[in-house]
Design a protein around this ligand. Structure first.
Ligand code: DHK
Length: 145
């Protein structure tokens, strides 16, 4: 493994955090999320590579590149959670722990958000803790890797 960093991935529309439906996703920005994850990891002597894309193929390319390089992945796949077999298939390629994060409690929302293609291959799932859930996900990943 090259450096064992944690890969933090955010999917479609999460670049709009702080602006998009703040009553659902909160006031914090994606930059706040990245800073939280980096600070949480740094407290354990670990590093985070943070990426966001609105395009599934780009996310899949980053996941493939993680093989043999990253120690684990924290991912909020956004709406791709509920639609993308391709993203799920990619996430098993690196053979490292995956933690799935949702800012909102997807189970208390529309029925189409209740199913995740990612959850069956994840080591853990966090939903409904706001952006604090990303910090918990980093903590858990560190305890696993
Ligand atoms: C984020 C999204 O963009 C939605 O498509 C998901 C998730 C929920 C979240 O809560 O972080 O359904």
């Amino acid at each position: 493994m090259a450096d064992g960093h944690i890969l933090l991935l955010n999917g479609p529309n999460l670049n709009m955090l702080g602006t998009r439906q703040p009553e659902v996703y909160g006031q914090e920005t994606l930059a706040d999320v990245v800073a939280l994850c980096q600070q949480t990891a740094a407290a354990h002597g670990r590093t985070v590579r943070a990426e966001q894309s609105n395009h599934g193929g780009q996310l899949i390319d980053w996941i493939h590149e993680a093989r043999g390089v990253a120690s684990g992945i924290v991912i909020n796949p956004g709406g791709l959670t509920h639609t993308s077999v391709a993203l799920r298939d990619a996430l098993v390629v690196p053979e490292i722990p995956i933690i799935e994060v949702h800012i909102s409690n997807v189970h208390a929302r529309e029925e189409f958000r209740h199913h995740s293609f990612v959850s069956p291959i994840a080591s853990g799932v966090i939903a409904g803790f706001g952006v604090a859930g990303y910090g918990y996900a980093i903590e858990r990943l560190i305890s696993l890797t």
